[in-house]
Every structure is written in structure tokens, then in C-alpha cells.
Design a protein around this ligand. Sequence first.
Ligand SMILES: [Zn+2]
Length: 85
Amino acid sequence: MMAEILICPICKIGLPQSASMPRNGIASINCPNCGDYCLAADYNSDSIASKRLKPFQLATLSYAIRRMHGNGLPPLIVEDFAHNI
Ligand SMILES: [Zn+2]
């Protein structure tokens, strides 16, 4: 069962290409605003879909993702990542 992602879960902008979120897996998202990143399904359901993260926290997350692209690899967004920004 795959859920389709049509907007960026973090900054809510429409995605040029929809992504799929495998159950308990990792979605690869190409956001025009945040850039490429990988989002863990459990993080998405626990923190984003549940609205546990406030809008300013999501904005901080989006900024942190953009900043990490200097490393060359799309950042993987899981619970630890969000705790360390
Ligand atoms: Zn985004």
C-alpha cells in the first residue's frame, strides 16, 4: 500500500512529480523549495501528518534541508535529524 504525495509534507508546495510513500519505508521527494530529500514514513505520520510540528518548526526543517544539500546527498529526514537542527 503506497500513499501518493502531491505536495511537499514540509513546506506544502505542490510537487512537480508526485512521490510515493511506502508503508514504513522512505519516500524520495523532490521539492522545488526544500530540494531533494528522503522522508521516513514513520516520521511523516508521527510528526508531520499528526500536526505535532508547528509551522515555524516545519519552516526550520525546510531551511535545514536546503542547507544540507552542500553535502551532495539528499538528507534523510527521520526523528534524529529533526532533533538536531
Ligand atoms: Zn518543501
